[in-house]
Design a protein around this ligand. Structure first.
Ligand SMILES: CC(C)(COP(=O)(O)OP(=O)(O)OC[C@H]1O[C@@H](n2cnc3c(N)ncnc32)[C@H](O)[C@@H]1OP(=O)(O)O)[C@@H](O)C(=O)NCCC(=O)NCCS
Length: 181
């Protein structure tokens, strides 16, 4: 099974490897990255390694896909993005992402998510791509709106995260032919 590498203007999206753990740890250890994430900030590199291995094995089981985001000019992983909760019978999946704060607000995640959304529709036969975000996550809201997702509603007490129930705003984009629905 060959992992699909994706190229954009500035980025190479490639398969994650165990030796990317230090790069992931450098930002998953920061509270500003995990603030709206269903994970506590990492306290050791092994947690990043385990996360990578769980993404890799999910891909091997064809249950999801997570790309490591690198700038073409350097091989360091500066973030990840991908699909999980992939329901093949419904042709839909959920998108997720995070980026090292040193690279925020340079259009990098818009570039990456645009590429994987295109890949999802064209190669994974997705018809609907969803995102569930914390209503207070303004960066995510702006990013999803920018790439053409529509906000569909507020799901109350949707997840139990870090010891409490939290609401989620649901965003989605449909395959081109179905977008008027
Ligand atoms: C969400 C995240 C990936 C955005 O990445 P990014 O590369 O900075 O996003 P972009 O630069 O592509 O920006 C996309 C849009 O959002 C806007 N935006 C980005 N960060 C913002 C912020 N903190 N506040 C307000 N708007 C913001 C940008 O201005 C841009 O809109 P514009 O082109 O209309 O100006 C990044 O903030 C992050 O990793 N956050 C922590 C992890 C996280 O919350 N993941 C999502 C869990 S659902």
């Amino acid at each position: 099974m060959t992992f699909p590498e994706l190229h954009t203007d500035r980025l190479l999206l490639r398969q994650l490897r165990a030796d990317d753990a230090e790069d992931l740890f450098s930002y998953f250890s920061l509270d500003q990255v995990t603030e709206f994430y269903d994970l506590d900030s990492f306290t050791n590199c092994e947690q990043a390694r385990e996360l990578i291995l769980s993404w890799v094995s999910r891909y091997e089981r064809q249950e999801g896909i997570r790309w490591g985001i690198t700038l073409k000019s350097e091989n360091r992983v500066i973030g990840t993005c991908g699909f999980h909760n992939w329901f093949k019978e419904h042709f839909k999946a959920e998108v997720g992402y995070e980026l090292h704060p040193d690279y925020w607000r340079q259009g990098i995640m818009s570039e990456a998510v645009n590429a994987i959304v295109g890949y999802g529709f064209e190669q994974l036969e997705l018809n609907r791509i969803e995102a569930f975000i914390d209503p207070a996550n303004e960066a995510s809201r702006r990013l999803l709106t920018k790439i053409g997702m529509q906000e569909e509603g507020l799901l109350r007490a949707c997840f139990f995260e870090k010891g409490k129930f939290v609401d989620a705003s649901l965003f989605a984009i449909l395959q081109k032919g179905n977008r008027d629905k």
